[in-house]
Design a protein around this ligand. Structure first.
Ligand SMILES: *Cc1c(COP(=O)(O)O)cnc(C)c1O
Length: 392
């Protein structure tokens, strides 16, 4: 099949919910991809922060193959090793107390919302169910997580949205306090707003928020669907913010490309969701769990340290280019936002880069880079060379 045939086939019977670039991807190795015509692309996207250990990773592929041959699926009504082992590894490496596994980021955040409301119901009874989120946040595409998302553009068409959410300004504790009240049970935040434009929250704000939550007994819920699993240079971003969330969600990078999400809770929240209160047919599926265990093995402390170094290297390399179209960089680890200067649009720049062999993402008004965490220096240099050539 060639590119034109694939595009025609795709348009024949798939819902066109994605504004796709006019590029197909056929296969990959490391952080390098090839299309059907054999053209090469350097990947600064890893899906959208999903392929954390790169393409064609042998350790990851072998874990999946071995688990598929051993036990591909079993209902969560039975015990199975991969689920329990993955939960233990995650808790050992984060200090959290217990894990629940589902299949996506939105579903993981739905779990956080259910957890907060049930915790509050158990402690205080009805009427304390509002969750504060931040403006410019993104929490998912289900009706409830769309409502949680603090951007008006997402609150269209699909009425009625849910009750029980209010939005505060990021990095403004007074705004959070102003939105507070007797009806509040939790605060849900991304520590680096991803879709909103790769905007890290200020450390003082996050610590103030944690203190406020402790005073009010609001649960501090952290959405680490994008920032989690090594992306920012620590296994979870909260580990470098000096706060202990009550619960934290994850998804994108956890299983290196297989669909998986979930959340971790602390000791206080461990008893909240008991038998019958929350479930998922596929959640923690043995193959996804085995893949996630391989990802966590690969992302050991040295690999995480390297994520920070690679992020610094890429950002310095980009800023050295001194292009008219792009400006300063921001972010944490290998979650990088690049300012797009006035007179240029991120969509047009991204399309140009992609046509010329460098896959990049956009977020808010910025360019967004989420390379595989295992990207090599040579691949980063090839990507920087494309940026240099194309943005001339
Ligand atoms: C991607 C993302 C989600 C939604 O994840 P899905 O797997 O697409 O449901 C939620 N929160 C954040 C911060 C994300 O980046």
């Amino acid at each position: 099949m060639n590119h034109a045939q694939l595009v025609a086939l795709d348009h024949q019977h798939t819902l066109q919910t994605y504004g796709r670039f006019d590029v197909d991807i056929d296969h990959g190795k490391g952080a390098t991809l090839w299309d059907l015509a054999g053209r090469k692309y350097i990947d600064f996207t890893s899906g959208i922060g999903v392929c954390s250990v790169g393409y064609g990773n042998e350790t990851w592929a072998k874990a999946i193959y071995d688990q598929a041959l051993t036990l591909g699926h079993i209902s969560n009504l039975f015990y199975s090793q991969p689920y329990a082992q993955l939960a233990n590894t995650l808790c050992e490496r984060t200090g959290m107390a217990a894990a629940f596994f589902g299949n996506s980021g939105a579903e993981a955040n739905e779990g956080l919302i259910k957890l907060a409301r049930k915790y509050s119901f158990g402690q205080y009874g009805k009427g304390r169910s509002t969750i504060l989120t931040l403006k410019n946040s993104f929490h998912g595409r289900t009706i409830t997580t769309l409502t949680a998302t603090g951007q008006d553009v997402f609150h269209q068409y699909f009425f009625p949205f849910m009750e029980g959410f209010r939005y505060a300004d990021a990095n403004d504790l007074d705004s959070v306090k102003a939105q507070g009240g007797d009806d509040v049970c939790a605060v849900l935040v991304e520590l680096v707003q991803g879709e909103g434009g790769v905007l890290p929250l200020e450390s003082a704000f996050v610590q103030g928020l944690a203190q406020l939550c402790a005073e009010k007994d609001w649960l501090l819920l952290v959405d680490e669907v994008q920032t989690g699993v090594g992306r920012t240079g620590t296994l979870f971003a909260f580990q470098q913010y000096g706060v202990s969330p009550d619960a934290v969600s994850f998804a994108k990078g956890i299983a290196g490309g297989l669909p998986m999400g979930g959340f971790l809770v602390n000791e206080k929240c461990r008893p909240v969701l008991g038998p019958g209160t929350h479930a998922s047919t596929f959640g923690g599926n043995p193959i996804c769990s085995a893949a996630a265990r391989a990802v966590l093995d690969i992302l050991d402390e040295d690999a995480l340290k390297a994520v920070t170094e690679k992020g610094n290297y890429l950002r310095a390399g980009i800023e050295k280019l001194q292009k008219k179209s792009i400006g300063a960089t921001r972010g944490l680890g290998l979650m990088i936002g690049v300012e797009v200067k006035e007179g240029y649009t991120n969509k047009a720049l991204a399309a140009q880069l992609i046509e010329n062999g460098l896959l990049v993402l956009t977020a808010g008004p910025a360019l967004r880079l989420l390379p595989p965490l295992t990207i090599t220096k040579d691949e980063m240099d090839q990507g920087l060379a494309i940026l240099d050539r194309v943005l001339e």
